[in-house]
Design a protein around this ligand. Structure first.
Ligand SMILES: NC(=O)c1ccc[n+]([C@@H]2O[C@H](COP(=O)([O-])OP(=O)(O)OC[C@H]3O[C@@H](n4cnc5c(N)ncnc54)[C@H](OP(=O)(O)O)[C@@H]3O)[C@@H](O)[C@H]2O)c1
Length: 420
């Protein structure tokens, strides 16, 4: 089929790497000769972008077709321009791609009008926005750049799955953890870009990703009235250039700009609750993996053993079980008195599982306390974003359309024939 992307080994025209990075191990693996949907990674040179690039290497449904960075590196080959920071090397299929450029776009009211999104292929309107051919765009842009760029891309008919914060609390933007609220993907039908075939889907903040997964089974079984959360957040959460070594080595910084105010609203949006959430955040000298101490006031009585049981019994809903990036069991219970720890537990299930331990009774006003660890760059960012792209693809039968059209799916239809 013309334009169909052939899967050849571990990347576009590359070999299967000898040591497959853990994040790249997804269920199924690419099938030889099978078409995959092309994906563009925005912010591809950053901490999260690098993880997206690695996770797309050998992905069974998607193939990395385009990489976009800042104007500083535009025009350079990815393998030469990226300061690779996540172990190993950039996948060969990505290393040869030439970096495109993303920059903030001027606000364009028409981008919010159904069917009248700006065409990024129009040179007059294009400005400095990336001109992309990939139907799916996964974004790891800084929030300042993401705000306009992502809207413009959705308006141009791209399915944009974002890690960035600006659109998470928009009423029309689904904020999704697929194991918790996969049905929220239906919300794209009401978005202003639906007429153009575009969509904008967000994953929550890297703390909320783990917190929502840990709290969802508890909330469903017993209800949660209030939560107090104290975080110990890894330095990689600040991005590649976010923190200087002198600032954080041997130190704890008891504040992260803009972080505390995101956690309560995002947790409630994912869970569909109105939990009263109090938060204190800390940056700690840990490379990867955010830890959170969580104290919950429950709606009904439950002993620590009851809470452990609902967490142990939790299984993702069918819509999430089908997604290749997600593990069959996203919650790992640690019975040891000194676990979870980020160094030992952040990589559980290739970084996609959330580890929970120290489940115990808490004094009033709380009932239950526990500690949770989640990999901020994988479960909290790249893996979360990719799983949302998989969820969208499954819901809209994107893969079948890719086979028919050879990649350029511009007017995605929901699986089952009706527009959502
Ligand atoms: N790190 C985490 O654990 C985490 C977790 C959840 C969500 N997030 C969110 O994910 C996004 C990316 O975070 P990160 O940690 O990967 O950040 P990062 O390491 O600083 O990477 C930022 C990326 O954006 C590009 N960029 C920077 N300034 C730009 C500009 N003016 N125009 C266009 N591109 C620009 C960078 O390109 P150059 O290399 O060319 O500068 C780089 O590719 C942020 O919105 C962040 O809040 C991060």
């Amino acid at each position: 089929m013309p334009g169909e992307v052939e899967v050849r080994g571990g990347g576009r025209g590359s070999r299967e790497p000898a040591a497959v990075p853990r994040e790249a191990v997804v269920r199924g693996g690419p099938a030889r000769g099978r078409s995959r949907t092309e994906v563009a990674v925005l912010g591809a040179t950053g901490v999260v972008g690098q993880r997206l690039v690695r996770m797309l290497d050998g992905h069974p449904l998607f193939c990395l077709a385009e990489v976009v960075g800042s104007e500083r590196r535009a025009g350079h080959r990815y393998g030469e321009a990226v300061k690779w920071s996540i172990g190993g090397d950039p996948p060969p299929g990505a290393a040869g791609l030439v970096l495109g450029e993303a920059r903030g776009l001027p606000a364009r009211p028409e981008a919010r009008t159904p069917g009248r999104g700006p065409s990024l292929r129009d040179p007059v309107r294009q400005g400095s926005a990336p001109s992309l051919r990939s139907p799916v765009v996964v974004s790891a842009l800084p929030s300042t750049v993401a705000a306009e760029t992502e809207v413009a891309l959705a308006g141009a008919g791209h399915v944009v799955c974002t890690n960035a914060s600006p659109h998470r609390m928009r009423p029309d933007t689904p904020l999704i953890v697929p194991e918790v609220n996969p049905g929220a993907i239906e919300g794209v039908a009401a978005q202003p870009w639906a007429g153009a075939g575009g969509a904008l889907v967000a994953n929550p903040n890297c703390v909320v990703a783990g917190l929502a997964l840990a709290c969802a089974p508890i909330e469903r079984a017993f209800g949660i009235e209030a939560a107090t959360v104290v975080t110990l957040q890894a330095v990689s959460g600040a991005g590649l250039t976010g923190l200087g070594a002198v600032e954080i080595t041997g130190n704890v910084i008891p504040a992260i700009k803009g972080e505390e105010e995101k956690i309560g609203p995002e947790l409630n949006k994912v869970l569909g609750t109105r939990i009263e959430v109090s938060v204190a955040v800390n940056r700690v000298p840990v490379l990867d993996g955010h830890t959170a101490h969580v104290f919950l006031k429950l709606g009904s009585r439950a002993a620590p053993g009851d809470v452990a049981r609902v967490l142990e019994d939790f299984r993702p809903p069918a819509a999430a079980r089908a997604l290749p990036t997600l593990p069959a069991r996203p919650l790992v219970l640690r019975p040891e008195p000194d676990r979870p720890q980020p160094r030992l537990d952040a990589d559980a299930e290739a970084g996609m599982a959330v580890s929970i331990g120290r489940i115990r009774a808490a004094p009033p006003p709380h009932d239950i306390a526990f500690a949770v660890v989640a990999h901020n760059g994988i479960r909290g960012a790249a893996g979360a974003c990719l799983a949302n792209a998989e969820l969208y693809a499954a819901h809209h039968n994107l893969h079948a359309q890719t086979r028919r059209t050879g990649g350029a799916v511009k007017r995605a239809q929901p699986a089952g024939g009706q527009r959502t």
